[in-house]
Design a protein around this ligand. Structure first.
Ligand SMILES: [Zn+2]
Length: 77
């Protein structure tokens, strides 16, 4: 019989939304996260460089920031 010692550590992965969007891959600064009108908890972050067109839309503010940061630090498109 296997005895599994269940260590249920509640790791604090879900921090409060203190994360800031990092710079875009192009070097431009991102906009502040904007709530999308007529949507529920839907957010968008865009690159401030018009010609860049980088943006990330996500569900929930934290997700959107994290998504943007992932896009900004990895290859995409
Ligand atoms: Zn950009």
């Amino acid at each position: 019989m296997l005895l599994l010692k269940g260590k249920t550590k509640q790791s604090e992965i879900e921090k409060t939304v203190t994360e800031m969007p990092v710079s875009c891959r192009c070097g431009g600064k991102p906009t502040k996260p904007l709530a999308i009108a007529n949507c529920q908890n839907r957010w968008v972050i865009r690159c401030q460089i018009k010609q860049c067109y980088a943006y990330n839309i996500g569900q929930g503010l934290a997700d959107t920031i994290q998504g943007w940061n992932r896009l900004s630090t990895h290859f995409y498109r």
